[in-house]
Design a protein around this ligand. Sequence first.
Ligand code: DMJ
Length: 793
Amino acid sequence: MQTKLSMEKADKGVFSDQEPTNPNALSHKDAPIKGHSDEPKQLEAVAFENSFSESARSRTRTTSFRSSGLGDTYAVSLAGAMDTGEVTVSAWVFLDGSDRSESIKTIVSNRETGCEPGEARNGFAVAINEWETADRQLTLEWADETDGCRKVGSKPMVVEYDRWTHVAATLTHEGEAAVYIDGSVAMRVGPTARRMPQTTASLRVGQYVDGLYPLVGNISSLIIFKVALDEEAVTTLSRTPPGQIPAHFQAIQDASAIFTLTDAGRRQLVDARGREFPMLAYRTARPTIMISGGFAAPSSSGLTKLSREAERDRAAAVKDAMSHAWAGYKARAWGRDELKPISGRGQDNWGAMGVTLVDSLDTLWLMGMKAEFDEAKEWVRTSLSFDQAGTVSVFETTIRELGGLLAAYDLSGESLFLEKADDLGSRLAAAFQTPTGIPRGSLDLRDRTAKDVAWTSGNAVLAELGSLQLEFRYLAAKTGKVEYARQANRVFETLARLSPPNGLFPIYVSPNSGQLASRKITLGALGDSFYEYLLKTWIQGGKTEHRLREMYDTAIDGIATKLLQRSEPSKLAYIADLDGGRIDKMDHLVCFLPGTLALGAHTDPDGLESPRARRDLNIAKALAHTCFQMYDRMSTKLSPEFVTFQPGGDFAASNSAPFYILRPETAESLFVLYHLTGDPIYRDRAWQIFQAIVRHCKTAVGFGSLQDVRRTGSRIEDRMESFFLAETLKYLYLVQADPDHGLSLSDIVFNTEAHPISILGPTGIHVSQNLQTPVQRTRTPPDTSDSPSGRRR
Ligand code: DMJ
């Protein structure tokens, strides 16, 4: 079949007013559906000719991509040669009559909005109601070297509401372009000038690449070809109903993507090879929330589910890394708090409690390293004592040591771990003996005396006082010692009485007065896991302590409205700090937040389709993308400790902290997002991070922090934090082994050190009755949309 579009020569220019070559195309209502007698025999569209009546067009709403205009749409990257110079877009479109605004309604695009020539504007966009066009006009827009907004458009009013219309657009290297309505040419121009293909950005279905101008309605049977088809071919495409692809076209080599887009209910997007992609689809038609202006979000890069073999290979590679680190620890630092991975010695910098060993127990178990687990268990039985410890951090000891013991108990059922946990918990309990119940930051484990921390001027740290509840409540449930739960609950009860602006708590709280003692707000160091535990404690208690969910939701609303920012030029979402004014900096630590937001969305009392849940999942995806960029944009592909954002320059690592200390937060979020959405992009990104860690941080006996992620070959420091084995390797393993590892986020919560403990529910856990007071959920969070709804310039 001939695939080239035979172009009529037309005036050069950006937008042609000339009459279309096929007058039928302008009033497609009147245009007869074309006969098929002269069509090639192999086409399967023959039956459709008679059966696909006008009324069927109006009724058929199945097998389509549904976009409500929420700014949250599925982004598909068509790996590789998506846009090599020639292109045809063919799709069925159903404009939802509930939105009769003249807003631009984008069908598909791989370019950003705007008309300045340049990489972001390269590519093409097929839309209805384009800028400078009249209502319900189909337009193809593209760029050449001098003009970022070349256009060809149909006459107005040709795409009707509440009816399926077949639309197509073709574009050649030389800027010959045409648009089609229901298989007939509606307008063509060219050649104009050599067009500029889009070589970097992903194709977006239902909106521009920068998230703007979503279509409100349905799209189905979207096919992208890497050639400009002729009219005969386009006509054939227009004869197969939405939701189906002509068999003839499935076979053609020139289709770079064929999507029979499935309905909202099925939540899947299936391409021509039967590969399934998760998709977002919507039941409501009206926009209620849009993240400010559209953020960059990860796209699936044409990735598909790994084969079982590939999954196992990757999981095995992560397990090998664990074996390597564990062998080094065993040989050089057995029973010590940490292994020093360069000098090959041990150190006791956490109170001499075998912190790496205890922190690693559940990772060994989950990876099936049973012999190693048993050996470590013997050490716990014979050698673990809390009597040598001097002054320790209450928070670190709780999340690493107590959390490690509890998860080992939960997984193995070995009572030894619970006994040790009880011993440790009884010592840590002394920290809660304050006038407010807010624990002091440090404690002598031997003589059980709590101490103020000098560097906080005696104030308790938000992330520390708010990250003990999961552990102490679980300990109470398993030992029957209710007091553990009471003292943990009391902390949140005290904070629940405070109402900081926007639900955002500052990083210090006085344990004596219970008052907030700072103005600094951050989701990074000193603030982070407090927000995580509001959500997870609510989940752990069977979702009955409504006040916790309310505090969580209010805080996330505050984050969305006050802290969420967007970088230029890449439109990366980030969470700024507040300290009087805004500080455009984001810690790697903040990268736990995408996982927490995704979990919050999936457990939203109003459902995953509720406006709040959709917003939060949106933010989660956008932030996870940024966190990955923090790795991907460095020469080593590893993230610095924090980045600072600057006008027009996205972000940069700082000279003061260009190191990577093997932190887990991005791996954590990638695991949670993969587990909850099934989108292979998250697993692939986790794999990339793992490879970079092996490449740059591996030593003869373990893994060490990298001094400067901005250049290859910088020094590996002599430090391997226990969280590398407890969290980083665990999450990097789980994301590849999902779901074989057997864990489900419906059954367990991970503490902030990645220790999974079972959700025992309201009858198993000593929940706080004070926090159960019913609250009136605010149903609609603030609309942070700043996206223009009208035409653009
Ligand atoms: C870990 O100890 C925990 O994840 C904690 O919540 C934050 N800091 C480290 C890892 O970066």
